[in-house]
Design a binder for this molecule. Structure first.
Ligand code: FA5
Length: 345
């Protein structure tokens, strides 16, 4: 019995040493140490031993079990470590591989154009002002020499929210608000970019929501020639020396005299296309000398102070600058269109 137990120990330890993986090791554990294993089988013969021999044999059986268990435990550790090593070796990262390029976003072409215009005017000494998009009828119309019922209100079809409030139809109310803040004291030299809303039917050059940038200069001795010079500098810097501009007489209730400025169409080089409505020109801004009524309403002495104002459409400017043939491209968020402007970052 003693010898059989020793044999079993040697046999088991040999098998343990040869075990190739954790599963095989577990099978050895079950077959040698399980209830139906050979050690239990041998110990069934204990009944035949003397009272003296029995405890010795019991102790030996325990020693054999312990030796097999520790052998299994030791091998278990080795196999586990080998498995981790194999896994690590299989997952080695090649740090020399080139990285996968990530697609990054970029600024919207309109944001680029607006910032370019802002920078240009800031360079000429202007500061940037902002005003609310939900505006009082008073600032959108009345303070700009457009009392209730004035027929020129129809020039800008509006979205009213209540009788008193509407979505501003232009950025000119920021002029009125800024003049009021100055309490009759010049100079004022501001630009105001922002969104505006009109019940216009959308087409190649019209959108119901679009951007405007307003400009306002008030001081003593400001003349029409100052306005013309400013617009010429702006147009040349924005579109290049070779693009033509023209000023046409126009009408705005808040300026007198009033003009509109057109730029020669880049899409057809002035020959006439659907974007310029066959005229060869695209209107980009309205402007004029601030009407004395507007100055007086805001508390300025119109005998001492004069000023000019302009309001331009950055979408139209972006269309001319980049040769975009439909204003709706800026608002439909087609990435194929927008991606073309990533180089302007
Ligand atoms: C005005 O809105 C005046 N407030 C501009 C002004 C300011 C005149 C200060 C005098 C002094 P007008 O409605 O023409 O004017 O619009 C000005 C510019 O906004 C246009 O030249 C055009 O570039 C742009 N614009 C007008 N309507 C639309 C539209 N529906 N979609 C896109 N751009 C538009």
């Amino acid at each position: 019995m003693q010898e059989r137990l020793k044999e079993l120990q040697t046999e088991a330890l040999e098998k343990i040493a040869q075990a190739a993986d954790l599963k095989e090791l577990n099978d050895i554990r079950v077959s040698y140490l399980g209830k139906k294993g050979p050690i239990t089988e041998v110990l069934k013969g204990m009944g035949k031993l003397t009272a003296e021999e029995r405890p010795k044999m019991g102790a030996l059986a325990n020693e054999v079990r312990d030796a097999i268990s520790s052998g299994i435990e030791e091998k278990h550790k080795q196999l586990e470590a080998a498995a981790v090593e194999a896994k690590l070796a299989g997952e080695t990262i090649d740090v020399t591989l080139p990285g996968r390029p990530m697609k990054t976003g970029h600024r919207h072409p309109l944001t680029n154009v607006i910032e370019e215009i802002e920078d240009l005017f800031i360079g000429m000494g202007y500061t940037v002002e902002e005003g609310p998009e939900v505006e009082k009828d008073y600032y959108n119309f009345e303070a700009l020499n457009l009392p209730k019922g004035h027929p020129a209100r129809d020039m800008q079809d509006s979205f009213y929210i209540t009788e008193e409030f509407l979505l501003r139809t232009h950025t000119s109310p920021v002029q009125a608000r800024t003049m009021e803040k100055h309490k009759g004291k010049g100079p004022v030299k501001i630009i105001c970019p922002g969104k505006v809303y009109r019940r216009d039917n959308d087409d190649a050059t019209h959108s119901h929501q679009f951007m405007q940038i307003e400009g306002l200069v008030i001081d003593e001795n400001i003349r029409m020639t100052d306005l013309k010079g400013t617009l010429q500098v702006f147009a040349k810097k924005m579109f290049g020396e070779d693009r033509e501009i023209r000023l046409r007489p126009s009408f705005f209730p808040f300026t007198e005299p009033s003009v509109e400025m057109d730029i020669s169409c880049k899409i057809c080089s002035g020959k006439g296309c659907s974007v310029c409505k066959k005229t060869g020109w695209i209107e980009i801004l309205g402007a004029g000398m601030v009407h004395p009524n507007v100055l007086e309403m805001a508390g300025f002495d119109s005998k001492k102070y004069t000023g000019f104002a302009f309001g331009m459409g950055p979408e139209r400017i972006a269309m001319l600058k980049y040769g975009v043939d439909d204003i709706r491209h800026f608002y439909t968020n087609d990435v194929r269109f927008l991606q073309q402007f990533s180089i302007h970052e």
